[in-house]
Write a new protein. Structure first.
Length: 283
């Protein structure tokens, strides 16, 4: 009996160890983008937030069109009041939802690269951001031209236009889709493209998911960016409309000084250092 009991005990320990080892191997790897991407792709909280942004803008359309002194572009010159109205929207995570790409990055345990991103764009599977299609159609029916100013690269113009057309976005054509590098001076900073629109139109609203979709004053520390935000306090929610994007953006690199040469661990530590935690319960 003693031998049998000991043998049974050893077998149980071996079996338990094997299960633990299997469990450890099956444990999903942690990824900084998991929660943000899950929220973008599945939550009603995200969808209703985006819908609310566009609904609020739609309610202001008639006032913006009727008030010829109304402009949303810092690049607008002083002789704009008689120009026809237009709106400027970013594309990625503003007009088109690319969370499928971010989900692939997370589940494939990989990272963003221009090569895989280009392949994704050419697949043309991005879907409309909630509320974006309804807003752009409402603007177009009121005689407002719609410009899509995106930092997608020039070779991605055709699939971008086709992806927009697939869902019926108005003004989805070469004139109104303005991508990075299409013209020599059109770099990642969007000021030259906003200025090109403002030259012929009165820009009444701008939409984006990143600070750079509104102003090029985006570099600097977290505190410096907050100062710029406050400087343009009268624009938010009336002329400038920000869509939520917890997955990527200039907000992230502000925490580590934009130094992508740092290792992943170094960047993560900088992010932790940038937060203001609770001191914890009193002892």
């Amino acid at each position: 009996m003693t031998f049998i009991a000991k043998s049974f005990g050893v077998a149980a320990i071996v079996a338990t160890s094997a299960l633990c080892a299997f469990g450890a191997q099956a444990e999903p790897e942690q990824n900084d983008g998991l929660n943000g991407t899950l929220w973008l792709q599945t939550s009603v909280e995200y969808k209703t937030t985006a819908m609310s942004v566009y609904a609020g803008a739609t309610r202001l359309l008639d006032a913006a069109i009727g008030d010829h002194s109304w402009t949303a572009a810092l690049e607008q010159d002083g002789n704009y009041m008689t120009k026809p109205p237009a709106v400027i929207l970013d594309v990625d995570e503003t007009v088109l939802d690319n969370s499928a790409y971010q989900a692939w990055v997370v589940t494939d345990k990989t990272h963003y690269s221009s090569k895989t991103w280009a392949a994704f764009v050419h697949d043309m599977i991005s879907t409309p951001t909630p509320g974006a299609l309804e807003f752009t159609k409402a603007a177009a029916t009121r005689g407002v031209e719609v410009f899509y100013v995106s930092n997608r690269k020039a070779p991605e113009e055709e699939p971008t236009i086709e992806n927009l057309k697939k869902y019926g976005f108005p003004y989805a054509d070469e004139k109104h889709v303005m991508l990075r590098g299409e013209v020599e001076e059109w770099g990642s900073n969007k000021t030259p493209r906003r200025a090109a629109v403002a030259e012929d139109y009165r820009v009444i609203m701008q939409f984006g998911d990143n600070f750079g979709d509104f102003t090029d004053e985006i570099d600097g520390s977290i505190a410096e960016r907050l100062e710029v935000m406050e400087k343009y306090g009268n624009y938010w929610g009336e002329r400038w409309f920000m869509l939520p994007n917890p997955s990527y953006g200039s907000w992230e690199e502000a925490a580590f000084g934009g130094d992508w040469g740092k290792s992943g661990d170094e960047r993560r530590q900088d992010k932790l250092n940038a937060m203001t935690p609770w001191a914890g319960p009193a002892e």
